[in-house]
Design a protein around this ligand. Structure first.
Ligand code: NAP
Length: 298
């Protein structure tokens, strides 16, 4: 059993960390913006001194990718300055830091999946703020793991699956981008992976292989392919209005932030070092639809 502190404990990944960590018998302590702002040096120091965790998992972030283009300061505060405070405070207390990052640190021009050592070349303010967040964690806290994930979806909070489900109930045709490719990643699988890595910190001690790891779902798909799967699975469970999922290009659906055309992450390092396999997002999608159908949910 470990004492695991989670910042951003009410987000998509944070909620699953709290739930699954407790199920695994860990002592989970969670904070979110209402109790600890990771951008406050004093609040971060007090949190670590009061809670004295074995490991800190930072799931807090500014994740509104398009809004970040105009809210640059807020994005950099939460995604670079907050992680810098956490990294400094963890290093001073010898607390290992597990930090989450994103495929959006890449420009998506590579033809094959990105490896951990590929150069970061973000296309958006969000991607740039996350890239700089990674850099400060690496510099300030030697005992860190940065887990880059992609296309996150889960039962809690906002995500692409929930948006498509709503649109599929309202419209006959959905038009979805078919020229951006990636691996959707279930939030509960990300949480399980972070908990496994936290357990490895305890088990391996000084021999812990710190560094950056990639973790995303398989098989590779596009937003359009993902939507077709969402509609197919959801229509087995109840009537939808949608009749057609039309494939469009990125240029047909302009958004404030540019996205990488290729978001695939090469996950062989995490498999080799920790024995952690890529999850099949289709199973995660079915779990999410089950969870949304469960009694008591709105
Ligand atoms: N969502 C994706 O598709 C995606 C893809 C790749 C990587 N990631 C990364 O995965 C991680 C988890 O993402 P997620 O989707 O679980 O995020 P999320 O659902 O947006 O949750 C983030 C949480 O952090 C909180 N937060 C924001 N600023 C904070 C601050 N200054 N201090 C303390 N808490 C703060 C948020 O509170 P409020 O809601 O009150 O702001 C929210 O509860 C992030 O590092 C993200 O960059 C996400």
């Amino acid at each position: 059993m470990s004492r695991i502190l989670v910042t951003g404990c009410r987000g998509q990944v944070g909620t699953e960390l709290m739930r699954l960590g407790a199920c695994a018998g860990h002592q989970m302590i969670g904070h979110d913006l209402d109790t600890v702002d990771i951008c406050s040096t004093e609040q971060v120091a007090r949190m670590l001194d009061d809670e004295r965790p074995n490991v800190l998992v930072n799931a807090a972030a500014f994740t509104a990718v398009d809004h970040a283009e105009e809210a640059r300061q807020e994005a950099f505060a939460a995604n670079r300055d907050g992680p810098a405070k956490l990294a400094d405070a963890c290093a001073a207390r010898q607390i290992p830091l597990l930090h989450i990052s994103t495929d959006f640190v890449f420009d998506g021009r590579k033809a094959t999946p990105y490896s951990e050592d590929d150069p970061m070349q973000p296309l958006s303010v969000y991607g740039e703020s996350k890239a700089q967040g990674e850099a400060v964690v690496r510099t300030a806290c030697a005992h860190h793991v940065i887990l880059r994930v992609a296309w996150v979806f889960g039962a809690h909070g906002h995500n692409f699956v929930k948006t498509m489900l709503r649109l599929a109930r309202e419209h006959q045709t959905l038009r979805v981008v078919a020229d951006q490719f990636g691996g959707p990643t279930p939030a509960d699988d990300i949480a399980s992976t972070l908990l496994r890595i936290a357990e490895q910190v305890e088990i391996r001690g000084q021999a812990m292989p710190w560094g950056t790891y990639h973790y995303c779902g398989k098989p590779r798909t596009s937003w359009h392919g993902f939507t077709e799967a969402i509609v197919a699975d959801a229509s087995d469970r109840g009537p939808l209005r949608v009749e057609r999922v039309e494939a469009i290009g990125t240029g047909d659906y302009p958004l404030p932030a540019s996205r990488p055309a290729n978001s695939m992450l090469d996950c062989s390092r995490i498999q080799h070092v920790f024995g952690i396999e890529q999850p099949d997002w289709r199973a995660g999608l079915r779990r999410l639809l089950d969870a949304l159908e469960a009694p008591g949910r709105d």
